[in-house]
Write a protein that binds this ligand. Structure first.
Ligand code: GLC
Ligand code: MG
Length: 573
């Protein structure tokens, strides 16, 4: 069905393709551990993916990013890598990855991997060698003897720096008799980019996976890559207090002027970009992309795009929609979209992320009744859209007991506080159908429990239902293929406190997205802010609960909306 419709669209558009493959891609984040378990151990794996690639094709996805699949003690579920060149046994083998690449190629779906350059696992051979100061590995990590303790006894940590996951960012190592730095868990020691051996090794990692055939990388936790060097006296400077909290073990206790987004970090990104570009030109293959994960101020994030002299990342993720929630009314949404547009360097590609494996689920943050409008935004705003596994069926947070909780960030907070920081509620297994474990796994116990709403919220039921989150997503994916959404002009306005409207226009075709962020019914005049709009607009796609029917006509200057309704309207003039 999708194929047929897209063929028709293609004929209507007639104008063929533009730009490079990634510039308007619909990127989907797979969290492999929770996607599909093919061997019944309760843990998702790679073998399950090829048979589901056609699913992505159905929903228009043309690029997939896999969260880390490498050998890891799983202290931070793969973001603690002990062998950067090998796939974790519980996920499969390199042949399983190659199968994914082969099958994906047939469907013209690009595959990206997660690149975690800031740290390794403490179980990594490199760290073990560094502990023993083996030749070539002496400075592979950030080691320091610490400050003298005026009271005598063990030396004190080199500085007051705090880890993102709480407590000192320095841990004493009894064998090397020195402190080592870790921006995340003590089991995730930071690699030292002042050591040319590290720089060379990590480029090698990139080249290795490129040679296996992947199309690019999502780069993890990039702001933390390089810290300030020691001063003339051989010491690290403390960071000033931020005043945000009295809790000295909390990351926000300090202003991170010495440990985030240093010039050396941006230079490294520019260098990696060159590594990827060189690889693509040497092998005469399509562009290999670099996407940055940077949770920082937008002004700083923009620097990852590069500058006049250097190409940087293809884009840094735009998390502005991922940080908002049900409080955000029309103006707030507009502001956050405007912010990205006003700060993006000339000629660069925009992108929209409304959720990922680190944030509460989109449907829970905005409320299930409002999430359809946010999905419309992520799918129809200019540039790249990013979908986190499960968003296309409106999966919600599932709150786990403390006993079932796995996220290290939450386990540290104890039974009373864990649900505030836990990322597990957004990581539960994909809800495929109404069978055991929602079709995710045959195991009696899955690594995280399946959300208890799976009997009513699952892909299979949504495929059968006349209206569902899935059906809406599928329709939006079809719209994405039109010239207006791929390349059309863009205008956005808040009609009032409650209603956000944006248009995408190409030639005679305009799509109008109308989102009511309020619970009450209201009537609006779209032409008050969009005077050039036709009065008669055809309903193209609606939020799941909308009473309106696609194909019918509504009036632009007298448009009635029910509470939380979201619509895509179309005019051809
Ligand atoms: C990134 C990942 C997160 C991980 C952290 C440390 O923020 O998205 O899941 O815990 O980096 O690697
Ligand atoms: Mg498995």
């Amino acid at each position: 069905m999708f194929k047929l419709v897209s063929v028709i669209f293609f004929i209507i558009m007639a104008s063929g393709c533009h730009g490079d493959w990634w510039e308007t891609m619909q990127l989907y984040q797979i969290y492999p551990r929770s996607f599909l378990d093919s061997d019944g151990d309760g843990i998702g794996d790679l073998k399950g993916i090829p048979e589901r690639l056609s699913y992505f094709d159905d929903i228009g996805v043309n690029a997939v990013w896999l969260s880390p699949i490498f050998v890891s003690p799983m202290k931070d579920f793969g973001y603690d890598i002990s062998d950067f060149y090998k796939i974790a046994e519980e996920y499969g083998t390199i042949d399983d990855l190659k199968r994914i690449l082969t099958e994906a190629k047939k469907l013209d779906i690009k595959i990206l991997l997660d690149f975690v350059p800031n740290h390794s696992s403490d179980q990594c051979e490199w760290f073990q060698k560094s502990i023993r100061k083996e030749p070539g590995f002496e400075n592979f990590y950030v080691w320091h003897p610490g400050r003298e303790n005026p009271a005598g006894g063990r030396r004190l940590p080199p500085s007051n720096w705090v880890s993102v996951f709480r407590n000192s960012a320095w841990t004493w190592h009894p064998v090397r008799q020195e402190y080592y730095l870790h921006q995340f868990l003590p089991e995730q020691p930071d690699l030292n980019y002042r050591d040319p051996n590290v720089v060379a090794e990590m480029k090698n990692v990139l080249r290795f996976w490129l040679s296996v055939g992947v199309d690019g990388f999502r780069v993890d936790a990039i702001p933390h890559l390089v810290e300030v060097d020691v001063d003339a006296t051989g010491n690290y400077p403390d960071e000033p207090l931020s005043g945000a909290t009295d809790d000295e073990n909390d990351y926000s206790y300090l202003e991170h002027i010495h440990t985030r987004e240093r010039e050396e970090t941006f230079s490294m990104v520019y260098d990696w970009r060159k590594t990827l570009d060189d690889y693509a030109s040497e092998t005469q293959t399509s562009s290999k992309v670099l996407l940055m994960e940077a949770m920082s101020d937008v002004d700083i994030v923009m620097q990852y795009y590069g500058n006049a002299t250097h190409e940087g990342a293809h884009f840094p993720f735009n998390f502005l929609l991922a940080f908002l929630n049900k409080e955000a009314k029309a103006n707030k949404l507009k502001q956050s979209i405007d912010e990205w547009f006003s700060k993006i360097p000339e000629g660069r590609v925009t992108n929209w992320v409304a959720g990922n494996h680190d944030q509460p689920r989109l449907a829970t943050r905005y409320g299930p009744e409002r999430s359809d409008g946010v999905v419309m935004m992520a799918m129809l705003l200019p540039g790249v859209s990013v979908t986190y596994q499960g968003e296309e069926i409106g999966m919600e947070n599932f709150y786990l007991s403390y006993e079932d909780t796995q996220d290290p960030q939450a386990c540290k907070d104890g039974p009373d506080m864990y649900n505030i920081t836990s990322r597990d509620p957004a990581r539960t297994p994909f809800q495929w159908n109404t069978t055991k474990n929602s079709g995710f796994s045959d195991a009696d116990k899955t690594w995280l429990p399946v959300a208890d709403n799976y009997l009513t919220l699952n892909l299979d039921s949504q495929l059968k239902a006349p209206a569902s989150a899935y059906k809406m997503y599928e329709a939006l994916a079809q719209l994405r293929r039109t010239e207006a959404i791929q390349n059309g002009s863009f205008q956005i306005e808040a009609l009032n406190d409650d209603v956000l409207v944006f248009t995408r226009t190409s030639g005679f075709e305009t799509y109008v997205v109308v989102i009511n962020t309020d619970k009450d019914n209201l009537t609006v005049n779209l032409r008050s802010k969009f005077p050039n709009l036709d009065n008669d607009l055809i309903i193209s796609t609606t939020s799941v609960k909308s009473p309106k029917i696609p194909g019918f006509v509504v009036s632009a200057n007298n448009l009635e909306l029910v509470g939380y309704e979201a619509l895509v309207l179309r005019s051809i003039s």
